[in-house]
Design a protein around this ligand. Structure first.
Ligand SMILES: [Fe+2]
Length: 285
C-alpha cells in the first residue's frame, strides 16, 4: 500500500465528489421549505457556535482563521468529504437507530449509481493482476424475519490496494471494484474481489489542514462499501470492516460498529473467504 499516492489525488477526488453530489443528489428544495423547521435547526446550530465561542473565549485571529478555512473547503471541493467524515455518522445513527434488520453505516462521498449488473456468483471488475489478497465475500439477503429475498441487488464499491476509488482518482478503469450483484433464487450471492486496504482521507486539502492543525489522524480502516436493496424493503447502506485490520477502531469517520466487522478465513486458494448475511427492514410506509 502506498502512503503517498492518495495525497496526490486529493484535489481531483474532492472536485469529483462535489460534482457527483450536485449531479446525483437532491439538494435543498427550492419550494415547500418548512420555515419552522429551518428556523429550529439553523437557530440551534448558530446558538451552538455562540456557545463554543463564549466557552472557549475565541479570539479575532481564530475567528478569521475559521472564515479563511471555510472558504478554502469550498474552493477545494471538500464539503462532501468534510460532512461525510465528521457529520454523516450521527445523521445515520438518528435516521436508522430504531430500524429492524442489519446495521448500516455512512455512505461516504465515493458511491456511484448504476454500476454494472453482475450475477449472483461473480467477480468484481478489476484490472489484470489487481494488487491485494483475493477475497470471496458470500452470504444471503433476507427480510427482517429471515425470509430469502431473491433478486435483491447488492451494490459494492471499494478502494483498491492503494486506497483509491475508481472515478475519483485518475488512471483507474471506470468501474474498477464496483458492481451490482443480483442474488439468486435463495437470496444468496458470492463475490470474488480483493481485500481493500486502509486509506488516508485526502490530506493535501482543507480537511487535511484541519487534521494536521488539530493533531488528529486521517485514516479509515479497510472496508467494503455496500448498498443492499429489494422491492418493498428499506435500502441498507453499510460498510464492512476487517478484524485484525489496521486502524480497526480508530476511524476518522467514526463509522465502525461491532456488528460490521468481518473475520475472513484462509480459503485454501491463496486468498480469504468470509460470509455475511443481510436482513432488510420493511420499506417505510
Ligand atoms: Fe471508503
Amino acid at each position: 500500500m502506498s502512503e503517498t499516492t492518495p495525497t496526490a489525488t486529493a484535489a481531483a477526488s474532492g472536485a469529483s465528489a462535489t460534482e457527483r453530489f450536485l449531479t446525483d443528489k437532491t439538494g435543498m428544495p427550492a419550494e415547500d421549505v418548512d420555515t419552522a423547521r429551518v428556523d429550529t435547526l439553523a437557530a440551534a446550530v448558530i446558538t451552538a457556535v455562540h456557545d463554543v465561542i463564549r466557552r472557549h473565549q475565541v479570539t479575532y485571529e481564530e475567528y478569521n482563521a475559521l472564515k479563511s478555512w471555510l472558504i478554502s473547503v469550498g474552493q477545494d471541493g471538500e464539503w462532501p468529504l468534510f460532512l461525510d467524515v465528521w457529520v454523516e455518522h450521527v445523521v445515520e445513527e438518528v435516521v436508522t437507530g430504531s430500524r429492524e434488520g442489519s446495521k448500516g453505516t455512512i455512505e461516504g462521498p465515493y458511491y456511484v449509481p448504476d454500476a454494472p449488473a453482475l450475477p449472483s456468483v461473480a467477480t468484481l471488475p478489476m484490472r489484470d493482476g489487481e494488487a491485494g489478497t483475493p477475497l470471496v465475500f458470500q452470504g444471503q439477503v433476507t427480510d427482517a424475519t429471515g425470509q430469502a429475498l431473491p433478486g435483491a441487488v447488492l451494490e459494492m464499491w471499494q478502494a483498491d490496494d492503494d486506497g483509491l476509488y475508481a472515478q475519483f482518482a485518475p488512471g483507474i478503469p471506470e468501474w474498477n471494484l464496483r458492481g451490482g450483484i443480483v442474488t439468486d433464487d435463495e437470496g444468496r450471492f458470492a463475490v470474488t474481489t480483493i481485500q481493500p486496504a486502509p486509506y488516508q482521507i485526502p490530506t493535501d486539502g482543507s480537511c487535511g489542514r484541519l487534521i494536521a492543525a488539530a493533531g488528529w489522524h486521517p485514516w479509515r480502516p479497510a472496508h467494503l462499501h455496500l448498498k443492499v436493496s429489494a422491492p418493498g424493503h428499506a435500502p441498507l447502506t453499510t460498510q464492512l470492516y476487517f478484524k485484525d485490520g489496521a486502524y480497526p477502531e480508530a476511524d476518522v469517520a467514526s463509522a465502525v460498529k461491532p456488528e460490521l466487522v468481518l473475520d475472513p478465513r484462509p480459503a485454501g486458494t491463496g486468498g480469504n473467504e468470509v460470509t455475511y448475511d443481510f436482513a432488510l427492514a420493511p420499506a417505510a410506509l
